[in-house]
Design a protein around this ligand. Structure first.
Ligand code: ADP
Length: 663
């Protein structure tokens, strides 16, 4: 979950939890000061005493010799002030132990002292010194210890100090101020939640018929799709308080702390009913209990407590628990049974319309000029989630300010799309001439093959300016429309396009570089999916050989077949890749002249648009320019559009780069 600015952090569910850190700090400061005070007190006490100890007989000798000025007898020692002075003219003082000497008084009287005194036993002094010397240090030490224990989130209710009480960050917002209007797209999710809102509004209407409020709903989807935002919107629409907490806040080192936190949270929430309790990343506590990796007592106890609390809610307590997760498959079945999180609301990546809407919501307060076409941006950002899009708008606004403009233009937006996907331009990197040539041919290889294959998306931009996220150059492509399905022909074309960079290197330089590692990785993944998931290979036909393990996060798959079959799958994948590579080489060698010309042009310009690319391509091939482009060229219009998929050329094997999941 991301923290939102409207999350005001007002006093919250854990009672005085938000104030506590400050209070605790004050107490700690006070205790430390008290400790220092006591030490200082004792130090002063010692300062007051003689600075040199002498034996009792030496003291008697001094008395006899008339060297003593005055004597002060305390309950524990005799302080002696000598008549002698030190070099600086200060009095010299000594002290000695108390000896049961019955003639002491006589001796003192004989010694002709200025004065001598003995302690008056005052009961109050005894009590005071007992407090200062014994009780206070114990209290201070106990206080410090208790605070340290609390900091560690340690054991419940130590010495009645409530040490285990929920310190988790519970946010309660009386009114979130977020409504369904703030959540763009996600119409289905909103629709499912609408009835819950209605329920919270008019519980009576439902109670009359005997309908019960659903206890929990699970918001499932990839990170950044607006799950937290939706939960807030439900609270905002229903005008009920919003409690929010992350699942990981419950899990602590000590067994039982999480469970006590769950108890606290629900107790507090019940007081504010009706309300929404939002538990983000619920998989942190809700992981299946029969995990193969061995149990985790603390998590299991916390989960059990959560289940018990959910069951304990009666229908009069109108509290709805919303959980968010991107790993629904790991959740414990007990959590998902009817009466608990039985509703599953999918909050998926937005489609084209959803993306346009999200961009609109976020650009509401951003000044934009008339060049801006949010549809084009949405088309270019297939696979992006709400938080990416919000981020892009913000980046664009920052870019506009940086360039000294007062409104965001389409160019800023496209630039920010690139920044989010492939990083910033690395202008200071100096590449050798030879390397620039290789990168240039590599990228032109991709672009040319795409243009030559009708089924591939049109090329929009080619660049050989390196980017901070590892790409040395890339080709931008944009689909003419949003696609939900890919035909086999399109996938084949995609593979040929992906391998064309490497093919160009081999054709032109008769050698190959590390630059194709990312293309190879992608192509292999696609080819494998063709064989194991899409039923697109002749050899295995419709056999499903892989299952998706983790739908919303990494989309990782696991093989679901014998080792022998897995080896055969590898052979088949290899065959597909080889065929695609040969095809790429064939296409490029047949169009060598176009490739050389465009690559030369790219080396000079560093970045060329799809139109420039097509112009050279048509020139070489002798294809006449389409009418509208001619007109546009004459009008000098430079209408720059962008892409959906970026094909970065990785710097070296394993280097990271921005990549959208394959749709
Ligand atoms: P999640 O909880 O799914 O990880 P969040 O709800 O925290 O995602 O979303 C992060 C941010 O992304 C939000 O604060 C919002 O600015 C933006 N966002 C995400 N989805 C949407 C959406 N559908 N409409 C508007 N903004 C969105």
């Amino acid at each position: 979950m991301e923290e939102h600015n409207n999350n005001s952090g007002r006093p919250n569910g854990g009672g005085d939890d938000n104030k506590n850190p400050r209070n605790r700090q004050t107490i700690l400061m006070f205790l430390i000061l008290a400790m220092v005070g006591i030490l200082f007190w004792n130090f002063l006490g010692n300062m007051g005493a003689s600075n040199k100890e002498i034996p009792y007989n030496e003291f008697l000798e001094m008395l006899e010799n008339g060297e003593v000025k005055s004597v002060d007898i305390t309950s524990s020692q005799i302080n002696i002030v000598s008549k002698e002075k030190d070099a600086m003219g200060r009095e010299i003082t000594y002290y000695t132990g108390l000896v049961p000497d019955y003639h002491l008084q006589e001796r003192l009287e004989e010694a002709d002292l200025e004065d001598y005194s003995a302690p008056v036993t005052d009961f109050r002094n005894v009590v005071l010194s007992a407090i200062v010397n014994f009780l206070l240090p114990i209290l201070v030490l106990w206080g410090v210890f208790a605070l340290i224990m609390r900091r560690m989130g340690g054991g419940g209710g130590m010495m009645g100090m409530n040490v285990g009480k929920s310190k988790a960050k519970v946010y309660i917002e009386k009114d979130t101020g977020v409504t369904f209007k703030d959540v763009a797209g996600e119409e289905e999710a909103k629709e499912s939640l609408q009835e819950v809102v209605d329920f919270l509004h008019n519980p009576g209407k439902y109670a009359q018929i005997g309908a019960k409020l659903p206890k929990g709903a699970l918001l499932v989807g990839p990170p950044g799709t607006g799950k937290t935002l939706l939960a807030k919107a439900v609270a905002g629409e229903a005008h009920v308080p919003f409690f929010s907490l992350s699942g990981s806040d419950f899990v602590e080192m000590f067994v039982g702390v999480g469970a006590s936190r769950v108890r606290d949270l629900f107790q507090e929430a019940k007081k504010h009913s009706p309300c929404i309790i939002f538990i983000d990343e619920i998989d942190a506590i809700g992981k299946s209990r029969d995990s193969r990796l061995g149990g985790n007592d603390e998590r299991e106890q916390t989960l059990n407590q959560l289940l018990a609390e959910m069951d304990g809610f009666d229908s009069h307590t109108a509290c709805l628990i919303l959980g968010a997760t991107n790993r629904p498959e790991v959740l414990d079945p007990a959590l998902l049974r009817p009466g608990r999180f039985d509703r599953r609301i999918i909050v998926d990546r937005p489609d084209l319309k959803g993306r346009v809407d999200i961009l609109k919501v976020h650009s509401k307060n951003v000044k934009m000029d008339d060049t801006v076409d949010l549809e084009a941006i949405a088309l270019a950002t297939s696979g992006a989630v709400g938080s990416d899009l919000a981020n892009m708008i913000n980046e664009a606004a920052i870019l506009a300010v940086k360039n000294g403009r007062v409104a965001v233009s389409q160019k800023d937006l496209f630039e920010s799309v690139e920044v989010v996907l492939v990083g910033k331009e690395k202008k200071d990197r100096i590449m050798s001439k030879e390397e620039r040539r290789i990168v240039s041919y590599h990228e032109v290889g991709h672009a040319l093959v795409s243009a030559l294959q009708k089924d591939a998306e049109p090329v929009q931009k080619i660049t050989i300016v390196p980017r901070t996220m590892g790409a040395l150059g890339y080709v931008m492509q944009v689909p003419e429309e949003e696609k939900y399905l890919n035909t086999k022909k399109e996938i084949d074309a995609m593979l040929v396009g992906l391998l064309a960079g490497r093919a160009a290197e081999e054709l032109v330089f008769d050698t190959v570089t590390t630059g194709a590692s990312n293309d190879i990785e992608k192509a292999t993944r696609i080819a494998r999916a063709m064989v194991t998931q899409y039923g697109m290979s002749e050899k295995f036909g419709l056999m499903g050989l892989e299952v998706r393990e983790n739908e919303y996060l990494t989309g990782r798959t696991i093989m679901n077949c014998s080792d022998v079959t897995a080896a055969e799958v590898d052979q088949e994948v290899m065959r597909i890749l080889k065929t695609s590579y040969e095809e790429a080489k064939r296409l490029l060698s047949e169009n060598r002249e176009a490739m050389d010309k465009i690559a030369d042009y790219l080396i000079q310009k560093e970045t060329i648009t799809g139109k420039e690319f097509m112009r050279i391509f048509r020139e070489v091939k002798g294809i006449p320019e389409p009418e509208e482009e001619k007109k546009a060229a004459e009008a000098g219009q430079q209408n720059e559009t962008v892409r959906a998929e970026v094909k970065p050329q990785a710097e070296n094997a394993g280097s990271g780069e921005a990549e959208k999941p394959e749709e």
